[in-house]
Design a protein around this ligand. Structure first.
Ligand code: HEC
Length: 254
């Protein structure tokens, strides 16, 4: 059937012209394509006889700094301050014990009015959320080292640490940032899954957890103190949260 079709002269001429146009177009297209492929260019890691050192890769220009790797703010990126370089080595660095300013002005925590306590509330809320996701499976939601993984067979010599010890209470905030970033002993680094702002938020939340288990009566405001003295179930009618009253009156009374 195709033969009969091509036998007609009119069609033959037509298809010859069509084929010509088609092949020129294809050749043209292929030409462009090949040009892009086979252009003179050095390939990464390949040898090159163009440069004296024989490498196609060029070293960075002296003193150039990659914008994404410019981590000059030691406090924010490493949780330390006071670094001096002595004989080519960093010395004198100390962990900071407060949140870096950069965290307060981060877009997610920034307060429009510049109110730092408003920012802090956002930071701690975020810290709690991230802690419960990334840390509580091992450390427990209270930070007592009793997370689900620890309870159910996380069988290593060193269990997840309990944060409520004198040593961990006395360590500065920057230490916690550092542990999350770089790991510590059996605790593996978490920097790959927790962004720096969130690492700070978690570090701050660890402080909240520590405080929640180690507050002094003298830390309470007078109006909170007055609630402690009220007996449970009696005088108090406001239904407010009364952890101290509860423990003072023993279990099972609520
Ligand atoms: C897979 C379990 C696991 C997870 C998840 C985990 N940790 Fe740990 N963590 C450990 C273990 C185990 C240790 C004890 C390490 C050691 O002392 O060798 C530890 C120790 C620590 C310490 C104590 C460091 C010190 O000075 O002794 C801190 C603080 C800590 N983890 C914070 C965190 C935070 C914050 C997260 C979440 C971002 C987290 N951990 C997630 C297992 C875990």
């Amino acid at each position: 059937m195709i033969r009969t079709y091509l036998k007609s002269n009119k069609h033959r001429r037509f298809s010859a012209v069509g084929l010509g146009v088609l092949s020129i177009t294809l050749l043209g297209a292929a030409g462009c394509h090949t040009d892009m492929w086979i252009q003179p260019k050095p390939k990464p890691q390949a040898e090159s006889d163009f440069w004296l050192d024989g490498q196609s890769n060029r070293p960075p220009i002296a003193h150039a700094v990659d914008r994404d790797h410019l981590k000059v703010d030691d406090t924010y990126w490493r949780g330390i301050k006071g670094v001096n370089v002595v004989n080519g080595k960093a010395a004198g660095a100390k962990f900071v014990d407060e949140l870096p300013d950069a965290v307060f002005i981060a877009p997610e925590f920034k307060s429009e009015s510049g109110d730092r306590s408003e920012s802090l509330a956002k930071i701690l809320t975020r810290g709690q959320e991230r802690f419960n996701i990334y840390c509580s499976p091992c450390h427990g939601e209270l930070g007592d080292g009793n997370g689900m993984i620890a309870k159910r067979g996380f069988n290593i010599k060193i269990p997840p640490r309990n944060y409520h010890t004198d040593r961990l209470r006395s360590l500065p905030l920057g230490h916690f940032f550092d542990v999350i970033t770089n790991g510590d002993g059996a605790m593996t680094p978490r920097a790959f899954q927790v962004e720096p702002n969130d690492r700070w938020a978690i570090a701050a939340y660890i402080r909240v957890l520590q405080y929640s288990q180690h507050a002094e009566v003298s830390d309470l405001k007078p109006e909170e103190l007055s609630k402690i003295d009220k007996p449970l179930g009696g005088a108090s009618t406001d239904g407010a949260h009364q952890p101290e009253t509860h423990s003072a009156s023993g279990e099972g009374e609520h």
